[in-house]
Ligand binder design. Structure first.
Ligand SMILES: [Zn+2]
Length: 469
């Protein structure tokens, strides 16, 4: 078999790995957007590095856009096969892809209205029809712990899904490939979640022997602080906002962090007796995704069922949580006096309503910006996290005077110790390919794996690199 790493190769976006078997079957794992440096990401997104018509099937690990955002482009370019994902992922992917399509169409329309002389109009990467067609090609594949078993893709390839514990519906994909009578198993972590994260189950260990593992390594170079530390940070921030009647801006991913944070706030305010402040969820997409969480309660972990009675006491609803739906409601928040918290996308502060909130709050030292997730290189979020000031928002310069705090424990990604432990649970592993990580994280993690498991060979392939196995 041959594996080509087309994205999330020595970086954290654009997840796309192509597996070609001896008998010519071509399986694509994920088909995600590249994000980050705008020009470079735009170029990579427009040029799909494979012949879409030749792909036999796609398996999607989870519905974050850096894993699924280019599926409609693959379909537009002629992919007619099935896209397999867990039932929850299919529902979430629909919300994410529809939103991405809207953004593409409105951005293109805006740019075409402001063309310079001699500039040709641009086309969106894909349109509504491509998105609708993509959704028709999805097929559900249930988690192993909920009774899902092998799904055959061809005479030589079958797969199974395990819970990855990263976001709602996220899966570790196990692919069994038979070549010349020899069976080999390849597993792909997608993004791996944390242990004891709110709402979701812990990542499931794989029951089968795994010869080859493609593992994410986002936090291969660091440990997250314990959850109690996050509570402490959140409490201090809330007390500070009450004292100064100020605002807390939380740039959060519409899918994942937002729901975990709401769950955490619900617990803090109503179970642990934290001082209460109003919380505004200002993201129509996050609101829609929160509804999808309620629908797929069967994948919640036991602790969630213990903390709440999900029939009466919805874990993602509480008194004082207000869903801002319209742009007017969103704008009104800019004029309002604190204390309150606004949770708004996008998580890396690259687009969306959060930019308006940042613009209005970033120069006031009494306000707080609470970072809850990974900030990729070359994003506004990373610059703010790194202490860069001033920063540019909507082509204007702002001094960063608001306090910037990061709660790493809210991360949806396993930390170094959890990644290492997961590698250790893969029985029979001989080859480990690190994907979805920046160079430093991968180097550190490679050293650790090699020291702890000398029998496993570790590689961090670059974008477009292929290996024959
Ligand atoms: Zn993810």
């Amino acid at each position: 078999m041959k594996i080509t790493f087309h994205g999330a190769a020595q970086n954290v976006t654009g997840s796309k790995h192509l597996i070609e078997t001896g008998d010519g079957f071509r399986l694509l794992l994920d088909c995600g957007f590249h994000q980050g440096h705008r020009k470079e990401a735009g170029r990579l997104n427009r040029n799909l590095p494979m012949d879409a018509k030749s792909i036999g099937a796609v398996i999607l690990s989870h519905a974050h856009l850096d894993h699924c955002g280019l599926l409609p482009l693959l379909v537009k370019k002629g992919f007619t096969g099935s896209i397999y994902a867990t039932p929850a992922t299919i529902d979430v992917a629909e919300a994410m892809l529809e939103d991405a399509t809207h953004i593409q169409e409105s951005d293109t329309e805006y740019l075409n209205r402001h063309l310079r002389k001699n500039q040709n109009p641009i086309e969106p990467l894909y349109n509504w029809d491509d998105c609708v067609q993509t959704m028709k090609q999805f097929k559900p594949a249930q988690y192993a712990h909920l009774g899902g078993s092998w799904t055959a893709l061809s005479d030589s390839v079958r797969f199974k899904m395990y819970d990855a514990g990263h976001i709602l519906g996220s899966a570790v994909i196990v692919v069994e490939i038979t070549e010349k009578g020899q069976k080999r198993t390849l597993a792909f972590t997608g993004d791996l979640g944390r242990r004891n994260a709110p709402i979701l189950r812990d990542p499931d260990p794989i029951a089968e022997n795994v010869d080859i593992l493609l593992s994410e390594a986002t936090y291969g170079d660091r440990l997250h602080e314990p959850p109690a530390e996050t509570e402490k940070i959140v409490r201090q921030i809330i007390e500070r906002a009450i004292k100064h009647q100020s605002k807390i801006i939380v740039p959060a991913f519409a899918l994942g962090r937002t729901q975990e944070l709401i769950y955490l706030l619900h617990q803090l305010f109503h179970v642990k007796g934290f001082p209460k402040i109003p919380v505004y969820l200002d993201s129509p997409l996050a609101t829609r995704v929160t509804g999808i969480f309620q629908k797929h309660r069967n994948v919640f972990d036991n602790q969630t069922w213990k903390d709440f009675d999900p029939e009466k006491d919805l874990p993602l609803m509480f008194e004082g949580l207000i869903y801002a739906r319209t742009t007017e409601e969103s704008k009104r928040l800019n004029e309002m006096q604190g204390p309150f918290m606004v949770i708004s996308a996008s998580g890396m502060m690259e687009a969306g309503r959060v930019l308006h909130h940042l613009k209005n709050s970033i120069t006031n030292p009494n306000n707080t910006i609470l970072i809850t997730g990974y900030q990729a290189e070359n994003t506004l979020g990373r610059r703010i996290q790194d202490g860069v000031s001033p920063v540019r928002i909507f082509n204007q310069t702002y001094d960063v005077k608001a306090r910037v705090e990061t709660a790493h424990a809210l991360s949806a990604h396993a930390d170094q110790a959890e990644l290492l432990e997961y590698v250790g649970t893969a029985k029979g592993l001989s080859k480990l390919f690190l994907v979805h990580g920046e160079a430093r994280a991968m180097e550190t993690f490679t050293g650790l794996v090699s020291a702890k498991f000398p029998g496993i060979s570790v590689a961090s392939p670059g974008r477009g690199e292929s290996v024959e196995l």
